[in-house]
Design a protein around this ligand. Structure first.
Ligand code: N01
Length: 535
């Protein structure tokens, strides 16, 4: 296809989710001509695509929002502790309207390739419909969990009913009344959707490969007193959260002592108190849950006891009790997940012991049973952190392909910059705290860092910036050493790329948000240590 030139922009941003929208806002403030290219028909990113029943955020509502505009955070009213997907999307639409972002966003357009032209020092960005954009800066705001993973089940194309992936849910409402529904996967998406679908479907069959620890979300209407208290000093609340390990929950901080330092009765009391609070504070019951296997086991066993207390059939309860390290996979919050398995119309199938063999026209077949189904739901997650970047044919200096550069894992600096790829930034890229942090907090920090960097370059007549290769090797080692100091790498999580067959096993997100922020600030103060500029 011949390319139609869309002209030159100071910056092209790929993606109009939370990151792309804020990046656009910041670059406009700096006076840069900017074009955002977005595959979807509107803003929202994750919250545009993940419309499955029960989809909601699991970060407290007063924290899962932009902090950059005091009026915005004062005027917006959330309804519940954990907002639903429609409510978050409504909020993001409000932001797009309020700051008039849409005129600079090109929707329904997928970026196919981008290459750095060494002659001009510009990026050439091509879209699937044959348009070409030229830009000084190329900023990937493509999200950490945006490329759905659909395992290549044999026979998947033969199924005669609908198949839905939770990460690509249709925009129209899906009615499961009177249906036999099968769902594969019990991560956050499965755990959120199963109780809701089970209310509607005639029969729901849950195909579980790994049992899942889950903590009750205890979602409820927002507490007006707490909202008023936070809004009286929203900036202070945000600042305190940014000092937390995961950039959130400063009002319920982690207890700074070991699970093994207290008597078992006291330990139980603390777990129970946080279990009743609901949500992520449970994992802050003690300071060594993620550092000491014995401490971890006390939390794991507490949750297993809770599962056994809820699930009436002991055999089903056993199947639902995980044995791996708790929280080495991304923790999950639920509303009535385990309770759902007491319903007569819900069946749990263990596909770890008896794997799925194929999908057949009328359902799904394991080694010992044919399951007749009207609809199949795939809740098998994403090719996380690198999937979307590597789907685009990105070439830096001397035609170096990002796919080749990252063949042994995502080698970069700070999750922000890649040597050989000048003026190319990744927002919450692999190697940054990203998914281990409240995503909005991580995004804002990266967007502000990139905007400040571009501002610095313009003020100091620098044409390009890229990281130094040696700094990248050190950085990736650092990210993995930090992870090795925790229990995080001890199971097959998407943090490690272990959910995608053949993907290089490297721990991708970085623990400890405040330490990371400090590092980002220090290296700037030291004249952008680890980076190379050209003038
Ligand atoms: O995906 P997952 P997700 N055959 O990868 C199973 C965020 N999120 O979409 O554990 C059979 O967590 C897999 O089994 P196993 C959040 O960060 C946030 O649920 O690999 N089964 C697992 O059970 C989350 O972590 C919210 O053995 C297969 C499931 O599918 C991330 O998105 C809500 C399989 C995948 O779980 C991803 O969550 C939703 C196969 N071949 C999502 N391959 C919020 O609340 C995989 N599985 C903010």
């Amino acid at each position: 296809m011949t390319e139609k030139s869309e002209g030159f922009f100071d910056a092209v941003i790929v993606g109009a989710g939370i990151a792309g929208m804020y990046m656009l806002y910041r670059l406009r403030e700096l006076g840069l001509s900017t074009r955002v290219i977005e595959k979807a028909s509107d803003v929202g990113g994750t919250w545009y695509w993940n419309r499955y029943p029960g989809a909601r955020c699991d970060t407290d509502t007063m924290e899962y929002s932009y902090s950059f505009c005091e009026e915005l955070q004062q005027e917006w009213e959330w309804s519940t502790r954990y907002p639903t997907q429609p409510e978050i999307l409504h909020y993001l639409n409000h932001v797009a309207d309020r700051f008039d972002l849409r005129p600079d966003i090109l929707f329904n357009t997928q970026v196919q390739s981008a290459y750095f032209n060494e002659g001009t020092g510009h990026w050439q960005v091509q879209t699937e419909n044959g348009a070409e954009f030229t830009a000084q800066f190329l900023i990937m705001a493509t999200g950490c969990l945006s490329t759905p993973n659909t395992p290549p089940f044999d026979g998947i194309d033969t199924f005669t009913g609908p198949i839905y992936h939770t990460g690509r849910w249709p925009h129209k409402e899906v009615d499961f009344s009177g249906q036999r529904v099968g769902i594969i996967g019990t991560g956050s998406s499965g755990v959120q959707s199963i109780p809701v679908i089970a209310q509607q479907a005639d029969q729901l069959i849950v195909f579980q490969r790994s049992a899942q620890y889950s903590v009750p979300a205890r979602n409820r209407p927002v507490d007006p007193e707490l909202v008023a208290e936070i809004k009286a000093d929203y900036a202070g609340f945000r600042a305190r959260n940014r000092l937390e390990y995961a950039g959130q929950l400063s009002h319920i901080p982690r207890n700074d002592f070991s699970a093994l330092s207290v008597a078992s009765v006291e330990r139980e009391r603390i777990y129970e108190e946080r279990w009743q609070t609901g949500g992520f504070p449970f994992f802050g019951s003690f300071n060594d849950i993620m550092r000491d296997q014995k401490a971890n086991e006390t939390a794991a066993e507490f949750v297993r006891r809770k599962i056994r207390a809820v699930v009436k059939d002991p055999k089903v309860a056993d199947m639902l009790c995980p044995t791996h390290t708790i929280a080495c996979k991304r923790p999950v919050l639920d509303s009535n997940f385990f309770e759902t398995f007491n319903q007569d119309n819900v069946l749990l199938v263990d596909i770890h012991s008896v794997p799925i063999q194929e999908i057949i026209p009328t359902g799904l077949r394991t080694a010992d049973t044919n399951y007749e189904l009207d609809t199949i739901i795939i809740a098998t997650g994403f090719d996380a952190m690198t999937g979307t970047l590597l789907k685009i044919d990105i070439r830096g200096r001397k035609g170096l392909r990002l796919q080749d550069k990252w063949s042994a894992g995502p080698l970069n600096y700070l999750g922000l910059s890649i040597s050989g790829f000048p003026n190319f930034f990744t927002i919450t890229g692999p190697g940054s705290p990203s998914v281990l942090v409240n995503m909005v907090v991580a995004i804002e920090q990266h967007v502000e860092w990139v905007a400040d960097c571009i501002d610095y370059m313009r003020g100091n007549e620098k044409k390009s910036i890229e990281s130094i290769l040696a700094a990248e090797h050190e950085w990736v080692d650092h990210v993995n050493n930090v992870a090795e100091g925790t229990l995080s790498p001890t199971c097959n999580s998407w943090y490690l790329g272990a959910n995608i067959p053949g993907k290089t096993r490297v721990y991708m997100p970085l623990h400890d948000f405040p330490a990371y922020v400090k590092k980002c600030e220090e290296l700037v103060a030291n004249g952008y240590e680890g980076f190379l500029f050209s003038s």
